[in-house]
Design a protein around this ligand. Structure first.
Ligand code: PEP
Ligand code: MG
Length: 577
C-alpha cells in the first residue's frame, strides 16, 4: 500500500479507479516562425477563427452546466476572444511568429499580468492558460486537453485542474478529485465543495499513481492510498451511511431545546440563489454583489443592477435577503472602483472605503437595491463591507435612509468594528460577522496564503473573543438605549440587535455550535453545508452550546479550542463529522 497525504478540501470517502488528466499540450517551439506558404493576415484570421471556435465549444459546454460551473465556463469562453489576448497575439504574428507560438506567448504574458495583480485576478490567470492551450489545439486540429471520457466512475488525478475542466466534470462519472498541487482556495477546492465531491489537493507524488489502479480517497483527512483493504472499504461504507443522514436540510435551523437559529445561504447571483432556495435555506445571509459584476470594466447601469438583485430576491419571496454593497479591492478588484497598484491591498481602499475615492457608486448601488426591493417580495436588508468606525456606520446608514432602505447594517470583519460594536449599533440595525476577514486581520495573516493556514483559523481564541465582543456590543447598546428610553420616557425596543455570521466559519458544523453559544442570531453558509450544520446544532441545547463556547474562548490555542468542543459533542462520531 502506498500512502499520500495532501490537504482534504471537500469531505467524503470513496474507492475508485484512477484516471489521469491528459498531459498538457506540448508548447509550440520558442521562435517558431510563420510558414512561408502563409501570410500574417491569413494566420491572424485563422487565429481569430480558432478563438471563436473555442469560445463556441466552451459556451456549448456551459449550456449543459449549472450554477458555479456554468459561470466559470462562460467567463473562460469570453477569454477565448478577449481583445487584449488576441491583439497581443496578432502583434506577434505580424512580427513573424507562427499563430500557435503567438497565442502561446500572448497567453503567457496576459496570465503573468493577471497573476501579478494577485487574489481573484491571479486565479483568472489559469483561465487564460487554459484558453491558450485550447486555441493551440484547435489550430493544430487535435483534441483539447480535457477530462478523460469513461463509462465507469473514476477518481480524477491531475497536477492541477483548469477551471473549465472542474466546472464541467460530471459528478456521476468523477467520484473524487486529487491534485498534486493547488491550495484550499483553488478552483478545484471550491468546485469540489459546490458539487459535494470528496477532494484532496497538494498531494505530492500522486502523478505516479498507476492508471486504472484502485485508490482510497478521504476528503477530510487528505489521505490517498493504493490497494484499499477491509478498513478502507468499511470507512467508505460508514461514510455512505452517514452522508445519507446529512443530505437534506428541512428548512428550520434550531437547537435541541427548540431555540431557533436561522440558517441562511451565501450567494453570488441568481443561479446560486435558486440553488440555495432548493436546498431550503431560510433566506440569504450574504449576497456578494461584487460577484455579479466581476467582469465589468465600468460601473453597471441602474437597470443591469436592478435585474441582478431582483434575480436573487425573486428566489426568496417573503424571506430575508441580506445584500452586501460592493466589496471591491484586495482579492476582488473591480476595474471601476479599485486601484490595483496599491502595495498592500488587503489594508487599502477596499469595500465601503471606495466611497471616499469613487463617490457616487455606493449611493447609486443603494438606489438600485431599493428599486429591486420595491419590485420584489423579499425582505431586503443591506450591509456595508469593511466598516471600521461608528462614523462610517452612521454615514452608511444615512445613505441607506436617503434611498428608503430601512434595515441598514454592517459587516464586522475588522477588529476595530468588533471592539467598538456597541457604538456601531447606535446607527445600524444589525451586524454580520465576516470571519474570513476578521481572522486575517486579527491574526495579521493573508487569507490567500496556504503557508499561514494555521494562523488563518477562525478557531483561534482571539477570533472567538472578537465574535464575543461583537455580540456583547449589541447587548450593551440595547441596555444603554433602554436606560435612556426610561429617562426620556420614550419607549424603545431593548432587545439586542441581530448579529449573524456569514464567514466560512458558519459552515463548520462544530464551530457553528460555538457561534450559537456565543449568542449569534443566524448563520449563513454555502448551501451544501446546511444539512451538517443543522444536524449538529440539533444535538445541543443553548446552555450546552454556551458552556462549550466559554471553553473555546478560554482555550490557549485554536487546536485546544477545537479539541475541547469536539470532546463535548459525542454526536459528531455518529454523524461521521
Ligand atoms: C468574510 O470576510 O468573512 C466575508 C464573508 O466576506 P468575503 O469572504 O467576501 O471577504
Ligand atoms: Mg470579507
Amino acid at each position: 500500500m502506498q500512502n499520500f497525504v495532501g490537504v482534504g478540501v471537500s469531505r467524503g470517502r470513496v474507492i475508485g479507479p484512477v484516471r489521469h488528466m491528459p498531459a498538457a499540450l506540448a508548447e509550440p517551439p520558442v521562435g517558431e516562425k510563420l510558414a512561408s506558404s502563409t501570410t500574417p493576415e491569413t494566420a491572424a484570421a485563422a487565429l481569430k477563427e480558432a478563438g471563436a471556435a473555442v469560445k463556441a465549444q466552451l459556451l456549448a459546454r456551459a449550456g449543459g452546466a449549472e450554477g458555479t460551473g456554468k459561470d466559470v465556463l462562460e467567463a473562460t469562453a469570453l477569454m477565448a476572444t478577449d481583445p487584449m489576448l488576441i491583439k497581443a497575439a496578432v502583434k506577434l504574428i505580424n512580427s513573424g511568429s507562427s499563430a500557435e507560438r503567438a497565442i502561446w506567448e500572448a497567453g503567457e504574458s496576459v496570465a503573468a499580468m493577471l497573476k501579478g495583480l494577485g487574489g481573484y485576478m491571479a486565479e483568472r490567470s489559469h483561465d487564460v492558460q487554459d484558453v491558450k492551450s485550447r486555441i493551440v489545439a484547435q489550430l493544430r486540429g487535435v483534441p483539447a486537453p480535457e477530462i478523460p471520457d469513461s463509462d465507469a466512475p473514476f477518481i480524477l488525478v491531475a497536477e492541477d485542474l483548469a477551471p473549465a475542466d472542474t466546472a464541467t466534470l460530471d459528478p456521476n462519472k468523477v467520484v473524487a478529485l486529487v491534485t498534486a498541487s493547488g491550495g484550499p482556495q483553488s478552483h478545484t477546492a471550491i468546485i469540489a465543495r459546490a458539487l459535494g465531491l470528496p477532494a484532496v489537493v497538494a498531494a505530492t507524488g500522486v502523478g505516479g499513481l498507476a492508471d486504472s489502479g484502485l485508490v482510497f480517497v478521504d476528503g477530510s483527512t487528505g489521505q490517498v492510498s493504493t490497494d484499499p483493504g477491509d478498513a478502507e472499504h468499511a470507512a467508505v461504507a460508514l461514510w455512505q451511511e452517514q452522508a445519507s443522514l446529512l443530505s437534506v436540510f428541512d428548512g428550520e435551523g434550531r437547537l435541541a431545546d427548540g431555540t431557533l437559529l436561522p440558517l441562511l445561504a451565501n450567494v453570488g447571483g441568481d443561479s446560486d440563489a435558486r440553488e440555495a432556495a432548493a436546498a431550503n435555506a431560510q433566506g440569504v445571509g450574504l449576497l456578494r454583489t461584487e460577484f455579479c459584476f466581476l467582469g465589468n470594466d465600468t460601473e453597471p447601469s441602474h437597470a443591469v443592477q436592478v435585474a441582478a438583485y431582483r434575480g436573487v430576491f425573486d428566489a426568496f419571496p417573503g424571506q430575508k435577503v441580506v445584500v452586501r454593497t460592493l466589496d471591491a479591492g484586495a482579492d476582488k478588484p473591480l476595474p471601476f472602483l479599485t486601484d490595483t497598484s496599491e502595495a498592500n491591498p488587503a489594508l487599502g481602499v477596499r469595500g465601503y472605503r471606495t466611497d471616499t475615492t469613487t463617490p457616487g457608486v455606493l449611493a447609486r448601488q443603494l438606489a438600485a437595491i431599493a428599486d429591486a426591493a420595491k419590485q420584489s417580495q423579499a425582505v431586503v436588508w443591506v450591509m456595508a463591507p469593511m466598516i471600521s468606525t461608528a462614523a462610517e456606520a452612521a454615514h452608511f446608514a444615512a445613505l441607506c435612509t436617503a434611498e428608503g432602505l430601512k434595515i441598514p447594517g454592517v459587516m464586522v470583519e475588522v477588529p476595530s468594528a468588533a471592539l467598538t460594536a456597541r457604538h456601531l449599533f447606535d446607527h445600524v440595525e444589525f451586524a454580520s460577522l465576516g470571519t474570513n476577514d476578521l481572522t486575517q486581520y486579527a491574526m495579521a495573516a493573508d487569507r490567500q496564503l496556504g503557508t499561514l493556514a494555521a494562523l488563518n483559523d477562525p478557531w483561534q481564541p482571539a477570533v472567538l473573543a472578537l465574535i464575543r465582543a461583537t455580540v456583547e456590543g449589541a447587548a450593551s447598546q440595547a441596555r444603554y438605549s433602554a436606560a435612556h428610553a426610561l429617562e426620556d420616557s420614550a419607549p424603545r425596543d431593548s432587545a439586542p440587535k441581530p448579529v449573524g455570521v456569514c464567514g466560512e466559519s458558519a459552515a463548520d458544523p462544530v464551530l457553528a455550535v460555538v457561534l450559537a453559544g456565543l449568542g449569534v442570531t443566524s448563520l449563513s453558509m454555502t448551501p451544501r453545508a446546511l444539512p451538517a450544520v443543522s444536524a449538529v446544532l440539533r444535538t445541543v441545547t443553548l446552555p450546552q452550546a454556551r458552556a462549550l463556547a466559554m471553553e473555546a474562548v478560554a482555550a490557549a490555542s485554536a487546536a485546544e479550542a477545537l479539541e475541547l468542543v469536539r470532546a463535548g459533542l459525542p454526536a459528531l462520531a455518529e454523524l461521521g463529522l
